[in-house]
Design a binder for this molecule. Structure first.
Ligand code: SAH
Length: 210
């Protein structure tokens, strides 16, 4: 169903995402479909398709559309994967993953954000997402191994628990650093973990719970 946000969304995909080099056709279709404005506070809906992160409450932000696209493309999803997401936040990235993979396991440390995301995603009819409130830097070992792990808050270093929860061929993408951060991609090949730095970024910090 077309609504007044559809034009803004199609324009977002062309001018912010495809134009910057995101090529995965399936992903671009997903981004044209997922109603990003429903994941931001009601009084910010007009800004939902702008080229920037937005405040979602609790001191947190919904990531910039291009960054969501870039990180998702780096996971190279075909549709059959099991994905672990750390930092549910608004649930927008969660929706993009749920449309691009088979199952999503999403961990959020702030209970209120997890509750709201669950409500939004439930309202949209997603049934392939499992939510957990807690410290995601430990992963979610009970459901491992994962084909992909995505972290949407920056750690000072790669949390040791995460690479070990990847299956063979699995891909982990996360921002690493404090003031200066880089998006890091780790690909598992058997016992080897190949690390590449992809892009300078700026994310809220990953909270460590003791
Ligand atoms: N993907 C989200 C990004 C939200 S910002 C979106 O686009 O809406 C990062 C999120 O990570 C915040 O919601 C924050 O509360 C959460 N977070 C921070 N540290 C965490 C941790 N240790 N475990 C799980 N979630 C964490």
């Amino acid at each position: 169903m077309a609504d007044r946000f559809t034009d803004l969304r199609l324009k977002m995909v062309e001018t912010q995402i495809a134009s910057r080099g995101v090529k995965d056709a399936r992903l671009l279709e997903v981004l044209r479909r997922v109603p990003r404005h429903l994941f931001v506070p009601e009084n910010r809906r007009e800004e939902a398709y702008e080229d920037e992160p937005l405040a979602i409450g609790e001191g947190q932000t919904i990531s910039q559309p291009y960054i969501v696209a870039f990180m998702t493309e780096a996971l190279k999803l075909g549709g059959r994967e099991r994905i672990l997401e750390i930092g549910t936040g608004s649930g927008y990235q969660t929706a993009v993953l749920a449309e691009s993979a088979a199952e999503v396991f999403s961990v959020e440390v702030i209970e209120e954000l997890s509750r709201r995301a669950r409500e939004t995603l439930g309202g949209l009819g997603y049934e392939n997402i499992r939510f957990r409130v807690g410290d995601g830097s430990r992963g979610w070992p009970e459901n491992a191994p994962y084909d992909g792990i995505i972290v949407t808050a920056a750690a000072e270093a790669v949390p040791a628990a995460l690479p070990s929860q990847l299956g063979d061929g699995g891909r982990l993408i996360l921002p690493v650093g404090t003031a200066a951060q880089e998006l890091v991609l780790i690909v598992r090949e058997g016992k080897d973990f190949h690390r590449t730095e992809l892009l300078p970024v700026r994310f809220v910090p990953l909270v460590t719970v003791h």
